[in-house]
Design a protein around this ligand. Structure first.
Ligand SMILES: CC(C)(COP(=O)(O)OP(=O)(O)OC[C@H]1O[C@@H](n2cnc3c(N)ncnc32)[C@H](O)[C@@H]1OP(=O)(O)O)[C@@H](O)C(=O)NCCC(=O)NCCS
Length: 189
């Protein structure tokens, strides 16, 4: 493992590096990967570098690379955004960019690691997210991690020739602890 920050069973999360930029660019410019993410502008290297640097300067942002333990392959990114230290909440975002790694449980494992970090180490009270109504895959992944549906932003996104709803989901710290104690996982040390 290279510079691991959070370690799971099959993958680890590490800080994003400048050398990751070309991989991220390939994902971000692939419409199959971004169609459910609301990204629609082309991205080039200087802008992506700027974005990466701004993440590390901003204490309201945490971005990590999702990496496979078996071969150190970088397969996606995950982050907590807009950290609100007063209300103790943040928004979760995730992208598995390597399409041949979809549907293998890696998204779920990365989310579990990030939730542990958010609730146990950062002391967050609430983690929320936004997901498009047509992204049933991601919704399933979030439900599995314990997120509950809390609202709908009607026809808030235009994509593929029509408007779609955005679903709001959240998980509270106490709900997450209850789920963890039921699954016998206890606290992240
Ligand atoms: C959404 C995403 C994070 C999920 O990660 P993943 O590693 O592919 O997903 P996982 O394997 O952990 O879990 C997928 C679950 O969805 C289920 N699933 C797969 N296709 C599905 C579909 N079309 N409808 C409903 N559920 C589906 C799987 O069966 C699995 O559930 P199970 O474990 O109960 O069988 C990842 O595919 C991704 O990054 N996609 C592109 C970007 C994106 O949409 N990001 C999220 C924006 S909100």
């Amino acid at each position: 493992m290279k510079n691991p920050f959070l370690i799971g069973e099959r993958l680890y999360l590490r800080p994003l590096e400048e050398s990751d930029i070309s991989t991220c660019l390939r994902w971000i410019n692939d419409p199959e990967v971004t169609r459910t993410l609301g990204m629609y502008r082309p991205m080039n290297e200087p802008r992506e570098r700027e974005w990466l640097e701004s993440r590390y300067k901003d204490d309201k942002e945490i971005g990590l690379a999702i990496v496979l333990k078996e071969n150190d392959k970088h397969i996606g990114n995950i982050g907590l955004h807009g950290l609100d230290w007063k209300n103790r909440e943040a928004e979760l975002g995730i992208m598995i960019g390597e399409k041949d790694q979809w549907d293998k449980g890696y998204g779920h494992e990365a989310i579990e690691l990030m939730l542990g970090y958010g609730f146990d180490r950062l002391g967050l009270h609430r983690i929320y997210l936004r997901v498009y109504e047509n992204n049933l895959w991601a919704q399933r992944c979030y439900e599995k991690a314990g997120f509950r549906r809390e609202g709908v932003m009607r026809e808030s996104v235009f994509s593929e020739g029509r408007y779609w709803d955005t679903i709001l989901m959240s998980l509270l710290e106490r709900e997450w602890r209850e789920l963890r104690s039921k699954s016998g996982k206890g606290e992240l040390v």
